[in-house]
Design a protein around this ligand. Sequence first.
Ligand code: EPU
Length: 383
Amino acid sequence: MVHPDGFEPPTLCSEDRCSNPLSYGCITEIIISRMAILSYNNDRMKIHTKIPLKNYTTMKIGGNARFITEVRNGDEVAMVCRNAKKQKLPIFIIGSGSNVIAKDEGFNGIVVRIRITGFEVISDDILSTTIRIGAGEQWDSVVKRIVDMQLSGIEAMSAIPGTAGATPIQNVGAYGQEIADTLQSLEAYDIENDTFVTLQDTECGFSYRNSIFRGDESGRYVITSITIKLSKNQPQPPFYESLQKYLDERNIKIFTVAVIRNAVIDIRKEKLPDPKILPNTGSFFKNAIVENWQLEDLRKVNPNIPMYDMGDGHFKVPAGWLIENVGLKGSLISGIRVYDKNALVLINESAKSYQDLANARDEIIGKVRDKFRVQIEQEPLEI
Ligand code: EPU
């Protein structure tokens, strides 16, 4: 039987069944959700209640979300956001949960999973092709498709978990490329003004692992698509240091986008654990940005410290190196393992809660600060 509002009637469920992400929560929440949010006639969109966020995040930690729903187009985004706003319900947007951490107390609002698909060539000339991609597309499928088209610009960002729409949020980057290099514009729903907008790359405030979407305008926009411009030129050396080393060691001299993609996939396999097997969020810390005098201090302690000159008087110092050099690589803190192949990655081995993760994080940050007088920061966002 389908309810007149277009939704299947909820089945009453016990607390146990509430932990099943596909079941509805308790009846009270269903009544509230019907009144509060399900006031539109759409038989595809379902709102689930009391859903454990640990099932929706690759770190596998966190309490319940009061509501979770999935949206498949811009209209659904607008409907959910409008209704949530009317009911004063906080909104949190997720893609595939590979760069977000949920707290033990859960989220007393609505989590909206973006499932908007789409892959459309919007212009093409002798030098470049511009493509619009739905925010919910899996990023690595997009990279594969673009590499198969022999287009260059994102091949070094291969095998990164997550969705296309999440890439501008933290200006995702790897092996010398970042989304800011290819992004032309993006489309988003502006929750504040209840309208759809197109933002040009220059309006996104991109910097290292940052943008307006996690900075000043955090929570305002829901990205529905990104438009990226790819080059028809094949990639040229020199490549990012570890990538170049990999290619040199194998005497690879012909560089195509497919060669670079395969090399990156191989390197990542070694250094970045598969979140489906070992729960993690990729880099758990941002690299430290230091000034010249701090770098001089660090060099006094260790003259061989790796660093990257950002060209503006600042230097990027790898957090993985700092953590390894306080002796924490491979150690287990409160059930969280500092990955033995890459100290930048934290794995949830047996942590019971967000608090366990926070204990491990704070201990690592504290040890790095005590030894090097450098502050490192968590990279994933928190629900
Ligand atoms: N290093 C160590 N010990 C470690 C890890 C790294 O000494 O345990 C040293 C390496 O030897 C190297 C330097 O740190 O000299 C930099 O390491 P790497 O080239 O592996 O890159 P990263 O700075 O650690 C960043 C991104 C990764 C991205 C790689 C490759 C951040 C926070 N992380 O890591 O992004 O894949 O570069 O481009 O910027 C992610 O964001 O989830 C992510 C994996």
